[in-house]
Design a protein around this ligand. Structure first.
Ligand code: ATP
Ligand code: MG
Length: 499
């Protein structure tokens, strides 16, 4: 136990941790320790006895906290920022809670805007960084700004209140810890510190009520517990199991936000596995869930590889596009539908288009996918047969496509489970390292995988152009080549370097 405890609180200095614990013990003896999830007195851990320091907080968040404080308001960092800093993780984003009203906050920061209906809050914008500043809220049942809908769900949550009330309306105990900019202390109303120490993920208050209020908390619990490597408290887990099916009636846009967090947090593999262990994938990607449940070890391997790749990129601070992972989640079905039409002789481009529309329309009933992602997903899919079978100039032209990188990565992952694609994938890997002149020759001679799809590509690629006939370089336009071919006598392959 002791070891687990030390490991979990690795973010605290040893001295601070022992002080922190003796503080917890003393309070417990006098009945002051907040009991996990139950209302009780506040526990305040002074500056220097915990690891949330000004240094651990981002510059922009500090600016906001300081300005609110200087203007005479109380201002606290709260949520994931405090939680992560306490366990020694780098906080992903910073949320601030204050007693200032949204209008006051708005007037203090030129670079801010009031957003949201369900939760009215203020975004303070610093370049690409957004700091969320919310006014303390009370329970939704306490005033005219709150509204409960069918099945006990919160529809509006805009009743302002005290910091203590604000703590109780948050979701999990470890998410309701506050760092006070006035004296650098950490404030705990709900037993969050004790749960951080024991590595427990627990809903605040009555688990069933709190889960029913907002079924998305089921997904949040699984994702965040996976991130922190915490155990979900048994009562919280049982409420989650009872409420999970309510995810079916969650607005698609909200579920999509959760999917993004799942993929982009830097713990995509762990979160995805946990989502599957808790049998929640059916509420996010039902088509994929069906396949995985039917047993598809190769698909599992491919998805794991894509998720590992994503986590590595996040860790290295590289940009990731959700389109790439989303394209993966839906590809097995897109491929299967398109293959059926291709077998009937439909050109692959058309077959993929139809399949993409059909699979996306099923998925959009569950999670929204904004066009800025579905567009690139379709492009990645459409590029697959081209990467497999185009030669010569047409092949080289693909490298100029803005989706080339993602589509090439996609092909490489497909190749890890489909031997027929291995040669193509390694050819693309190699050709990118070649100098310009050698590429032309390599592209003319490249081995292609013509055995994946039964039909031709179609669209602007004429049958036969996919292989030998297009073994040329120099970027010929399709019309020019066709015209020229008509004029040349039969038997001419048009393989002149200048074509
Ligand atoms: P991360 O940002 O690492 O994903 P987080 O806990 O900071 O995790 P956010 O979505 O940024 O998650 O939310 C910030 C805080 O707002 C949470 O820590 C929690 O206190 C509160 N919160 C978020 N979503 C809910 C919810 N559905 N119900 C109640 N409180 C919530
Ligand atoms: Mg956060």
């Amino acid at each position: 136990m002791e070891n687990g405890l030390l490991k979990k609180l690795s973010g605290l200095s040893r001295a601070a941790m022992h002080k922190g614990r003796s503080l917890l013990n003393k309070k417990a003896a006098t009945g002051h320790i907040p009991q996990a999830g139950k209302k009780s007195e506040v526990l305040i851990v002074p500056a220097g006895e915990h690891s949330v320091t000004r240094k651990a907080i981002g510059r922009s968040a500090l600016k906001v906290l300081d300005k609110l404080h200087e203007a005479g308001h109380s201002a606290y960092l709260v949520g994931g920022g405090v939680r992560d800093a306490l366990v020694g993780l780098k906080p992903k984003d910073f949320d601030i809670a204050t007693d200032a009203s949204p209008e006051t906050i708005r007037s203090l920061f030129r670079n801010s805007r009031i957003i949201g209906r369900r939760f009215r809050l203020v975004h303070v914008v610093y370049g690409r960084e957004i700091i969320e500043v919310a006014t303390f809220r009370a329970a939704h049942s306490k005033g005219a700004g709150g509204e409960i809908g069918a099945a006990g769900r919160i529809v509006r949550d805009n009743v302002f209140g005290s910091i203590e009330e604000d703590a109780y309306r948050r979701d999990f105990t470890v998410n309701a810890l506050y760092y006070n900019i006035a004296d650098d202390s950490v404030v705990d109303y709900v037993g969050g510190l004790a749960d951080l120490e024991s590595g427990t993920f627990r809903l605040i208050g009555d688990p069933l009520t709190r889960c029913a209020e907002d079924p998305v908390r089921v997904l949040r619990a699984v994702r965040l517990a996976a991130k922190l490597e915490f155990e979900i408290d048994p009562k919280t887990l049982s409420a989650m199991e009872q409420i999970a099916t309510e995810l079916k009636s969650t607005p698609p846009a909200r579920l999509f936000e959760e999917v993004l967090k799942l993929f982009q947090g830097g713990y995509a593999l762990r979160s995805f596995r946990s989502i599957r262990e808790h049998d929640l994938l059916r509420f996010l990607f039902p088509l994929l869930d069906k396949r995985l449940k039917a047993g598809a070890p190769e698909l599992e391997g491919m998805i794991d590889a894509a998720l590992i790749n994503t986590d590595k990129r996040v860790a290295a601070g590289k940009p990731i596009t959700p389109a790439y992972l989303l394209a993966f989640m839906l590809w097995p079905d897109v491929e299967e539908y398109a293959m059926l039409d291709s077998e009937k002789g439909m050109p692959i481009t058309d077959a993929l288009q139809l399949a993409a529309d059909s699979v996306l329309s099923t998925q959009l009933r569950i999670t929204s996918i904004p066009r800025r992602f579905s567009g690139p997903m379709k492009e990645i899919w459409q590029m697959q047969p081209r990467l497999e079978r185009l030669r010569g100039a047409r092949a080289l032209k693909l490298m100029e496509d803005r989706r080339f990188r993602a589509a090439y990565d996609f092909l490489c992952l497909r190749a890890t489970v489909d031997d027929r694609l291995k040669e193509s994938a390694s050819w693309w890997t190699k050709v990118q390292t070649l100098p310009e002149e050698q590429r032309i020759d390599a592209a003319a001679k490249r081995p292609v995988a013509l055995d994946i799809w039964p039909s031709d590509i179609g669209a602007d690629v004429a049958p036969g152009e996919e292989s030998a006939a297009s073994a040329t370089a120099g970027g010929p336009a399709k019309k020019k080549r066709r015209r020229r071919r008509r004029r040349k006598p039969a038997g001419d392959k048009g393989a002149t370097p200048s074509s």
